[in-house]
Structure formats: structure tokens, C-alpha cells
Design a protein around this ligand. Structure first.
Ligand code: FMN
Length: 146
């Protein structure tokens, strides 16, 4: 069994996770926190905490990760970096063997984004643009990512 864990503010990473779970036999879990990321203030706060790599308290406490063959982590890019709740979660649960899938607004990651997100996990990070997620044939292409 595999695990797909995601964080989302506006639904795209949830969609990626659901589509991925149709191809890969997996449990899907949403990581949540107690922050209010909504609206313009939430957007600014999100950018700030991501830039600062702040520690964000999360809600998933007791998972035995050894039960899973492969762990997929789907996260938005905030301020060119992995979303900070996900960053905290990966770090504090030693998930460096997970496959990280980062979804961003830009078509492809620039050098800065690639540099910022190197070595968060050991596997090569997969980048997606949120527009491609909403294309009708996205589900056909997802298995080609790995
Ligand atoms: C606070 C914040 C900062 C963002 N920064 C970037 C960025 O630096 N580069 C980028 O391409 N997209 C950026 N985005 C866009 C998101 O990565 C993109 O919309 C993603 O699909 C959102 O995923 P979600 O719908 O699962 O929340 C940012 C979005 C937010 C909310």
C-alpha cells in the first residue's frame, strides 16, 4: 500500500492527489494546520511563512510510515518554496524518501525554485503547473511523471 499526502489552499493539490490515487493503489490523506490562509491576508501570510521557512503546527500526529511502500507528497509552491506546513511535516517525520510533487502557478520552475527545493527529499522532485492539472487528459499523463 502507498500513501498520498497533500496540502491544499485552493484545491489543485487535492485534485492531483485524487487523480494519482486512481493510478497508484494508495490511501489519500490531507495535511491540515490551524492557520487561516484565506484571502489576501492569508496569501501574504503564506508567502511570508514560506519564505521564512516557519515551523507550522500540523494535525497528523500518529502515522506509522513503515506501513507504506511509497509515500507521495503533493504540495503547492509558495514564494518559490514548498508550502511551509508540508516542509515542517517532512522534516519532523523524516520523510526524505518520499516522492515530492510540487504544484505551482508558473508553467515551469525557474532556477530559483529548483534551487530552493533541492534535497527536501532524496527523490527527484516532480513539478506541475496548476493549469495542466485541469486539462482533461491530465489523468492519462500522470503516470509518465515518475
Ligand atoms: C502564498 C502563495 C504563494 C505562491 N507563490 C508561488 C510562486 O512563488 N510561484 C508559483 O509559480 N506559484 C505560486 N503560487 C501559486 C500556487 O503554487 C498554485 O496556485 C498552486 O496550484 C496552489 O495549489 P492549491 O490549489 O492546492 O492550494 C503561490 C500561491 C500562494 C497561495
Amino acid at each position: 500500500m502507498n500513501l498520498i499526502l497533500y496540502f491544499t489552499r485552493s484545491g489543485t493539490c487535492k485534485k492531483v492527489s485524487e487523480i494519482l490515487s486512481q493510478t497508484i493503489d494508495s490511501e489519500v490523506l490531507e495535511l491540515k494546520d490551524n492557520m487561516n490562509w484565506r484571502g489576501l491576508l492569508g496569501f501574504i501570510k503564506g508567502g511570508y511563512h514560506s519564505f521564512k521557512e516557519s515551523r507550522i503546527e500540523y494535525d497528523i500526529k500518529e502515522i506509522d510510515f513503515s506501513n507504506y511502500d511509497q509515500i507521495y507528497i503533493v504540495s503547492p509552491i509558495w514564494a518559490s518554496k514548498v508550502q511551509p506546513t508540508i516542509r515542517t511535516f517532512i522534516k519532523e517525520n523524516n520523510l526524505q524518501n518520499a516522492q515530492l510533487i510540487l504544484v505551482q502557478g508558473m508553467r515551469s520552475p525557474n532556477e530559483n525554485t529548483i534551487r530552493n527545493n533541492l534535497f527536501i527529499t532524496r527523490k527527484k522532485t516532480v513539478y506541475l503547473c496548476h493549469k495542466e492539472v485541469y486539462k482533461t487528459d491530465f489523468n492519462k499523463n500522470i503516470s509518465r511523471l515518475f
